[in-house]
Each structure stands twice: as C-alpha cells, then as structure tokens.
Design a protein around this ligand. Sequence first.
Ligand code: PMP
Ligand code: GLN
Length: 394
Amino acid sequence: MRRLAARVRGLPPTIFSEFSALAARTGAVNLGQGFPDFDGPEEVREAAVRALRDGINQYAQGAGSPTLRRAIAEHAERFHHHRVDPDADVTVTAGATEALFDALLGLLDPGDEAILFEPFYDSYAAAVGMAGATVRPVRLRPPDAAHAAWWYDAAELDGAFGPRTRVVVVNSPHNPTGKVFSRLELEAIAALCQRHDAVALTDEVYEHLVYPPATHLRLATLPGMAERTLTVSSGGKSFSYTGWKVGWAIGPPPLRAAVAQAHQYVTFAVAAPLQEAIAVALRLPDAYFHGLGQAYAARRDRLDGSLRAAGLQPWPTEGAYFLCAEVSRFGHPSDDAFCRWLTAEVGVAAIPLSAFYARPDLAPQVARFAFCKTDRVLDEAAHRLGRLVVPAAP
Ligand code: PMP
Ligand code: GLN
C-alpha cells in the first residue's frame, strides 16, 4: 500500500482519543478529555429539534445561516463591544477546530512561521504543519514567587517575531493552563503584530468560562487590531454541546477570505439545524452566561479542593475548565507515564501536558484535570484520588 502523505505521516493519535479510550478500557473516571458530562440548556436542544422538524435539513449557506451570523454579531457586540458585520465578517465552520484549520491553511505558505504559546492546543501545530509552515513556540511558564499566573518572557516573545512571522495564535482563556491573558499582555502582543505586520488568530472558545477577578478581553477590540485579527469561537463550551461542532471565525473581509476560501472546500457548509439552535443559544439572556461561569467556578473549587486533599498542588485557574498540577515527584519517567498509571491504577484519567509541547521531552511534568463534570463524577474522582500516596517533596 502507498505510504501516508508527508503532511499527515508524523501526526500522532490525539492525546484526547488515546486517554478517553484508556479510561473506557480501565473503567477510570475521565477527567482527561474536556467535554461536559451533562447537557446544555433545554431550550437550545428544543430549538435543534424544531429546526429538524421544520425542514431546515438541506445545505446551509456556505458562510453560515444568516440567522446564526446575525446572532454571532449581536453576541460579539453584547459581550465584547466587538462590532461585527454579519454578512461581511463571519464564516461558520465545523467547530472552532475547522475555523482554526481554515485560517492557518488560508494564511500560511511554506516557509512562513506561526508563533504559538506553549503549551498549545494540539490542533494548532498539526494545522501549521499541514500548511507546510513552521511553529515558533514561546513558553508559558507556571506561576512562581514573582508571578501569580502563568507568564511568558517578553524578550522571548519579542525574539520569536521576525520577517517570516505571519500569524500569532492567542488562546485565551487558555487550554490547558487556565491562563487568561491580561490587558497588558494583549497590548504587548498587539504592538508586536503591528510592528511585524502579523495576523493575530485568537481562539476564544472559553470566552464565557472566566473566573473573577480575571476578565476576558477580546484582542480584536484593541486599537489597530480589528483589521489584523481573526477571532475564533464556537458553541461547544458556552452551551455544553461539544458534539454539535458549530464554530465560527470573525474578521474583516481580507482575513475572512483566508478562512472562507479554505472552508468552501473543507466542509463547504455546516449542519443546518444545529446552526439555528446555536443562534437561539447566542441570544440567551445575560443571566444564562453569568450562571454558567458561576457553576464552573464552583466545579473548579470542588476539584481544586479534592486535588489538594490528595496531596497535589494545582496552580490557580483563571479561565477554561482545567486544573494543572506538577507531578514529577511521583518518580515516573514522564507526565505521560504518570497519567497512564493514574488512569489504570488509581482510576482517574488526566491528560499529560507534554502532549501540548513542540518537544514533549523538554516539557515539565504536569497533569491536566478537567472539571467540566457533574459533582457526582468529581466526587468519585476525589474518592479515588484519596488512594494516591504522594511522596514527600524532595
Ligand atoms: N480550541 C481549544 C483551546 C479547545 O480546547 C478546543 C476543544 N475543546 C477547541 C479549540 C475545539 O473546539 P470545537 O470543539 O468547537 O472544534
Ligand atoms: N478540547 C478538548 C480538550 O482539550 C478536547 C477536544 C478533542 O477531543 N479534540 O480536552
């Protein structure tokens, strides 16, 4: 048989599929792959059923259902003071994953570079690679005596920008660290994009999962950034329907073209009835979004308490639905080995952070625990983690 094409040959199976399969095989509580184990709002589900029954069952417009595009624009204005033209600026995609893929495929030529804050969500590097371009990682470093949150070295970011830089991907709130980029950080990134004529591609799928005092700021709304930013999000996390895979990219026509040109041949259009339902979701009252954040803050605190009770020391999480803890003292050769052991022997699946690094062998040993789970499941995980024997710190 013919070999795989070079662009996919080196791609490992995603860490999420691997650990969900391992969790299922071993009967572990799955705090690995980030998906809620509960449904989102009933009226949103009903809207999907209604759309199916009302015959919204043929191809949607390639750019997305006009109703959804209007809802995306209204939502952007309501929550982020982001002015969006629903006809000129929006492309609806199969989840944020497709929007990111289309954007990277549509922007990058071989020889170009994309700056990624590392650890980075796994699909970014795969997409950059498939576009024939190169990843320039910039390290996020864990909180320490001088930094209350994950941070990066400004000189390292400065040094990463150069004549080949075409795109910088900014994921905030950040998976896997839970970092929410501050205004100062975003302003510094904006200044570098402008100095080097680079495009900012933001991944804001956790835009509504932000825990006070942290606040989410949309990079596209900073001065001079509207014309050079593509903003990506999706309905998966905000409405707890990750399986629906309705996402979008927002950007001015020249940037939107990069997404739309790829999109028309990647998927052409996205599940029509689900688009109608996500339009209903985006128009839910403010109270829904506020309640979502509060419910997640409570889950975060619950899991944080359980991890601490088990002797782990998670770093603070300002956004998204993950807690990360250093695990080197357990004496496993890698965080991957630790997470496999934790899944199979302790019965709790977590994701090794090294999977989110360009060079996993140079990554710190950290496990990521997802808290997008019902209390019952979080409590069962806590119970099992009670069996952990934590070696004393060296
Ligand atoms: N970006 C980040 C940071 C994510 O964590 C995820 C997945 N949960 C995605 C993108 C993919 O989003 P979607 O399911 O909408 O494709
Ligand atoms: N984004 C989810 C996570 O980080 C997983 C999505 C996927 O399985 N591709 O856990």
